[in-house]
Design a protein around this ligand. Structure first.
Ligand code: GRF
Length: 203
């Protein structure tokens, strides 16, 4: 299974995926890494492994659809089967969705449907939740919506601030994303026939 990983920054989730592959926990190949941010540190993780690491700067395009079309061209050129949004900070359009229907996975640092959007960890912290966490889901036309594949929970301590909570969630993300991708490789995620109400079936 060839993965195309889209990043915008640190790429710690990308690194977790690459490490899982190196350690034999994920039987997939990262065919290409694309960042919309030229200075994204995460590109280094790909370059260090000789994986194509490209910048497609969204500012260089006239609108989201044109940007997505460029992403699709590059993903297709690398024969990507599944697209992984790993700390990717752009809302994608039907141009990308239609090119990879139910084949785009996102990781979000909150227990969706709570706290969609940016700074989800901070939203949860400031709300005063006692349990926070992260979600891996199939991407649909909404923002942080789409069938949920897996979630992981972490406790929130009185001694926490937004950054200590974010770090605890991030550690879970690094476990959850590679695990779900391996389920996909094993064909356990039935994306063609989600259960009622958009629920994804994971056998
Ligand atoms: C992570 O919390 C991820 O869930 C969110 O962006 C943050 C940074 O991800 N989408 P990464 O370190 O760039 O993978």
């Amino acid at each position: 299974v060839k993965l195309g990983v889209l990043i915008s920054g640190t790429g710690s989730n990308l690194k977790a995926v690459l490490d899982a592959i190196d350690q034999g926990r994920l039987a997939a190949e990262v065919a290409v890494v694309i960042s919309n941010v030229p200075s994204a540190k995460g590109l280094e993780h790909a370059r260090a492994r000789g994986i194509p690491a490209l910048v497609i700067d969204h500012k260089a395009f006239d609108g989201r659809a044109a940007f997505d079309a460029s992403l699709v061209d590059t993903l297709r050129a690398h024969e990507v089967d599944w697209v992984v949004l790993a700390g990717f900070m752009r809302v994608i359009t039907p141009v990308l969705l239609d090119a990879f229907p139910y084949r785009i996975v996102n990781i979000h640092p909150a227990l969706l449907p709570s706290f969609p959007g940016m700074h989800a960890q901070k939203q949860a912290f400031e709300y005063g939740v006692r349990i926070a966490g992260c979600t891996v889901h199939l991407v649909d036309a909404g923002t942080d919506t789409g069938p949920i594949l897996a979630q992981a929970a972490v406790p929130v301590f009185d001694s926490d601030d937004a950054s200590t909570l974010s770090a605890r969630i991030l550690a879970e993300e690094h476990q959850l994303l590679p695990r779900v991708l391996q389920w996909i490789v094993e064909g356990r995620v039935d994306v063609e026939r989600p259960l009622g109400g958009g629920r994804a079936r994971v056998r």
